[in-house]
Design a protein around this ligand. Structure first.
Ligand SMILES: [Zn+2]
Length: 390
């Protein structure tokens, strides 16, 4: 039998067609919901079916990411969010409808995923605050192969999640959208690959404008009101900083130029991979005073395209590392930025691969941790696969 199939334009445009020239696709199994994925060139359905994804935040981007992952047929999905559905979410958060207003986002998302989208995935949800209930995040992360970080708490939170991913050796991916812009970050979690902290700074989270400093009274209440820093641990960090500065009272200027840089330094130390799994709560980190969606706007187009591109980035990465072809040596773009604005008649995209920064505190400490593991084996604290705690 002549097995040649006519495939238009395959070689001319180098499109990823299913059918390699001269081959037929495998026979279709009746009732196989994943057939059209299975026959896709270089797509490994079996690899997808082994994945356990942790989706942090099921808002504008997280709800569509969850929908995509479930439709692809991953093994398990864990959804975590502390919010309730609001009317202003409904223009873009596709897992909720008008009758869901006031309901828990994760519970509603899990219900609608099960009713409409699920094909084979185990769906779990946690209505909780990731910052206040960090130990819950750690426990779920230990069971996951990837974290999709969609929580809009700020750079230090991203730093903490990245540290956790690097410590556990799992993939960190985040997507953020605003107005017509989409930003995607992917870090493998592998020892010699770059991480979020190799290329991103957290300095801005510790800086205050003169306008903000006008209402400065005492340190704890200022930090609580302006960046949600609270809890026992934050009090002891404040105490330590004041002791080092050898003072009890500080002016707004001293607070900004001396105190906060010291607080930042201590925080970076506390969030290192060797400690990141040990906290019950990380309320001692600052929430960014960044612009909320209310000031820049958001819509279904940017959320849905952004989510699909985030899932695509992860999927392409997964397929790439398992594929042993020549282009495996081609560098993978960790950071991608897309602007959907069409005022000038075109989309704009940019992206590049990130080199590992040899001075990165997260990467260098993970390396040290792994080296130490071979030397001293900690007397089992039951954390299979986790980092040794100190
Ligand atoms: Zn790094």
């Amino acid at each position: 039998m002549d097995s040649t199939v006519e495939v238009n334009a395959t070689s001319k445009f180098e499109l990823d067609y299913i059918v390699v020239e001269g081959q037929q696709p495998p026979l279709e199994t009746p009732g196989d919901v994943f057939d059209r994925q299975r026959v896709m060139k270089d797509f490994q359905q079996c690899l997808i079916e082994r994945q356990c994804a942790f989706v942090l935040g099921v808002g504008g981007i997280g709800s569509s990411i969850a929908m995509c992952l479930v439709r692809m047929g991953i093994d398990t999905i864990h959804l975590l969010d502390r919010d309730y559905v609001e009317a202003s979410n409904l223009n873009r958060q596709i897992l909720f409808s008008v009758t869901d207003i006031g309901r828990s986002k994760v519970e509603t998302a899990a219900q609608h995923l099960k009713e409409i989208h699920n094909l084979r995935t185990n769906i779990h949800y946690y209505h909780t605050d990731a910052v206040r209930n960090w130990s819950c995040v750690v426990e779920i992360a230990k069971k996951s192969t990837v974290i999709f970080n969609n929580i809009d708490y700020g750079a230090v939170f991203d730093y903490a999640v990245n540290s956790l991913c690097k410590s556990l050796g799992i993939i960190y991916i985040s997507g953020s959208t605003y107005a017509n812009n989409i930003d995607i970050n992917l870090y493998s979690g592998l020892l010699n690959d770059s991480c979020w902290a190799c290329v991103n700074l957290i300095n801005d989270s510790f800086k205050f404008t003169n306008q903000e400093l006008e209402i400065f009274n005492d340190i704890s209440s200022f930090l609580k009101e302006n960046c949600c820093i609270s809890g026992e641990k934050s009090r002891s960090i404040i105490e330590e900083c004041l002791q080092e500065l050898k003072t009890d009272v500080i002016s707004p200027t001293q607070f900004s130029t001396l105190f906060m840089p010291l607080y930042q330094e201590k925080l970076v130390g506390l969030l290192l991979p060797q400690y990141i799994e040990n906290y019950q709560s990380i309320e001692f980190i600052p929430k960014d005073r960044s612009f909320p969606t209310r000031t820049v706007g958001s819509w279904i187009g940017v959320c849905l395209s952004g989510s699909c591109l985030v899932v695509n980035t992860w999927m392409q990465y997964m397929m790439k590392i398992k594929r042993l072809t020549a282009d495996n040596n081609k560098s993978f773009h960790n950071w991608i930025q897309i602007n959907l604005s069409m005022f000038d008649g075109s989309y704009s995209t940019t992206g590049f691969p990130n080199e590992q920064d040899l001075n990165c505190p997260i990467c260098s400490n993970v390396k040290k941790m792994k080296e130490q593991k071979f030397i001293t084996i900690p007397a089992g604290n039951g954390d299979a696969g986790g980092a040794s705690s100190s």
